[in-house]
Design a protein around this ligand. Sequence first.
Ligand code: NAD
Length: 430
Amino acid sequence: MTDIKSVIRPEKPVFFGGENPFEAMMSRFDEAAKVLKLDGGLYKVLRNAEKQITVSIPVLMDDGRTEVFIGHRVLYNTARGPGKGGIRFDEHVTLDEVTALAAWMTWKCAVVNIPFGGAKGGVVCDPLKLSVAELERLTRRYTAGIISTLGPDSDVPAPDVNTNERVMAWVMDTYSMHHLHTVTAVVTGKPVEMGGSLGRREATGRGAMIVTKEALRHLGMEEKGARVVVQGFGNVGSVTADLLQKEGFIIVGASDVQGGIQNPKGLDVQDLLEWRTKNRYLKGYPKAEPISNEDLLELDCDVLVPAALENVITADNASRIKARVIVEGANGPTAASADKVLESKGIFVVPDILANAGGVTVSYFEWVQDRAGYFWDEETVNRRLTTIMMKSFKDVLDTSKKYGTNMRIGAYALAIDRVAAVHRLRGMYA
Ligand code: NAD
């Protein structure tokens, strides 16, 4: 008999770095709500998730056993439009984390002013231990479990950690089979052949690249030769590194789950991508020195891009960070307790809800194209993304100046104000 605990991990009370991710996010929310003088009723509405679904997902394994996985889907707030947010497959997924990420999506969509609310989903599993057939069955059964919330007008998932185009194709197919016709707009991040958008795969990294340039311009820093360290060399990190290098930045360090590499003279990102394709991890790359993920964050550089997981910059290591600018490619890489330390050091932080909003922006473009049945060329996608990211950077900067806050609280204030404004206009159905 299989011990079920070997598959379904007990809920973790805390996440990386010892901070509850929901409370970490909400402490920033509270600060911004105070700055905005948000009224008590709206404060309560925005501090609670609209809907939290937990499903058990029975999966027939290749060897004939039945396993049961746990999945969550959280709709945090849909005042501005359908819930929008990725699905992650990870053994560390918890309802708290999914709720925090769904709230983040609410603020993120509002920061870039697209007509979506915030949602997120996750399944507690280690996809590396599943076969492709098992992963497909798990995805389809999870989709069936949450199908009542899904739909182009209600809840639109996308890829996140350990999910990809292929997984989105299965979600879309399962949903379409239940609805007896093809519904491409139910997910974004699909393969281009079946209604995906050109430029979606690179969109988050491209958005991070655009706001990095805006930050340097704002600070009067030279782009050419600016030294960049990227933690996490997955979709977000590797594309950000590649595009920044093409803009004249020098990538001096990079890492993945197995560890990091550094070269003060610069890493050739294209060469590194080829190495990763052949060897899966950066470890062993011959034209660089190895470095631990912890030390990588403290490398001497101009721009640090944490693009892996939550809470890697903490009250413990923040004082040792040497970067002048932090561009948060990942969601929640900075623990709330580190904010003040970074601020006191004069480090300019481009917060996650702005820095990695390029992905959801092109997801929005994909949804628009699917619904219109008319597809744009890549240049159009990239041009419209650039316009939105530059405008959003300026909106956040202006808000932070207006209220005398840092960029993070400025971004939250901008987002909360936009969501609250719609609640006021719609009125409370209560
Ligand atoms: P991914 O799975 O493609 O890449 C994650 C990378 O982080 C991999 O290189 C992995 O090896 C590395 N990593 C994992 N654990 C690590 C650890 N403990 N230390 C160092 N590196 C580690 O995921 P992704 O899509 O690039 O997403 C990364 C982050 O960006 C997540 O926080 C995700 O929520 C966020 N994000 C992604 C998108 C998107 O469009 N993909 C959009 C917005 C935000």
